[in-house]
Design a protein around this ligand. Structure first.
Ligand code: 15L
Length: 276
């Protein structure tokens, strides 16, 4: 069990998910230490403090993480970009977070992404222990983050909840998101469960609501006692026919991220390793 009274470090506080969490968790009475490389685009919530710095600044990360029993690491690049643009925030930054967690014995919530499995076809139904198939440099950085979590658990007993997030949005905006959607309420409940669970070890949970069109099956949510209460199903009629005209985008779970820099002539092999 982690110290329930300790402050919680939230990186990426100025981003979309960071802003959502800062407001919702502060409203639940959490004491938050917020940070981001950009200024906060909202007023500081009750009980929160904010420091602006780059995740590449290891000393600043370690200073802010001091005495925090929980780190919600939502900082870093969240879109497909060049390897060089992603290297500092997502690789060095995540390493700094885990080093800080090690110093404090903190639990980490690491947001992985659908883009860690983005090159599976949409017809595939995945368990959380599937082979990872990133769809670009961003997805690759999430695979690295998942392995950082694994390393620090196996070698140092630093706990992690890896959330392989689909699409955190207020509403479903196209047909693909019927499969990947996670409502704000389900997501906030998932984060609170990650804090209150006695013991988590190093687990992977699909960050999605109870969507009947989900691409994803088994995961380790039982450890958290979390189950989504919302579903995209009610929004299906609203987005019917909302698809792109690109057959590669529509074929794979990663959607638009897949075609960034795609040079293969045909389709990706459906199975990377086949014993048949
Ligand atoms: C992600 O990982 C992105 O950060 C987010 O902006 C969305 O694009 C989401 O995946 C998605 O693919 O729906």
């Amino acid at each position: 069990m982690i110290n329930a009274d300790g402050p919680v470090l939230l990186t990426g506080a100025s981003g979309t998910i960071g802003s959502l969490l800062a407001h919702r968790l502060a409203a639940l009475g959490w004491t938050l230490r917020l940070t981001d490389v950009s200024a906060l685009p909202y007023e500081l919530p009750q009980g929160a403090s904010f420091e602006q710095f780059d995740l590449e600044d290891r000393k600043a990360v370690e200073r802010l993480a001091r005495d925090c029993p929980l780190i919600l690491h939502f900082g870093g690049v969240s879109t497909e970009q060049s390897f060089e643009a992603i290297l500092g925030p997502n690789y060095r930054g995540a390493y700094h977070i885990y080093e800080a967690a090690l110093k404090n014995g903190a639990r980490v919530v690491f947001p992985s992404s659908v883009h860690a499995v983005g090159l599976y076809e949409r017809t595939a139904r995945l368990d959380a222990d599937c082979l990872l198939r990133p769809d670009g440099y961003y997805g690759l950085s999430k695979v690295y983050g998942e392995m950082l979590a694994r390393l620090y658990w196996d070698k140092h007993e630093i706990e992690s909840v890896i959330i392989r997030i689909g699409s955190v949005l207020p509403d479903v905006s196209d047909e693909r998101i019927l499969s990947t959607w996670v409502s704000h309420d389900d997501f906030v409940r998932l984060i609170t469960a990650a804090r209150s669970a006695d013991f988590v070890g190093c687990i992977v949970v699909w960050g999605a609501s109870a969507n009947s069109r989900s691409f994803w099956l088994w995961d380790q949510r039982e450890v958290l006692g979390w189950a989504p209460l919302d579903s995209s199903d009610k929004q299906a009629a609203k987005v019917k026919g909302k698809v792109t005209t690109n057959s590669i985008v529509e074929r794979y779970q990663g959607g638009k991220f897949v075609i960034e820099g795609y040079t293969r002539k045909g389709l990706v092999e459906p199975e990377m390793f086949s014993r048949d």
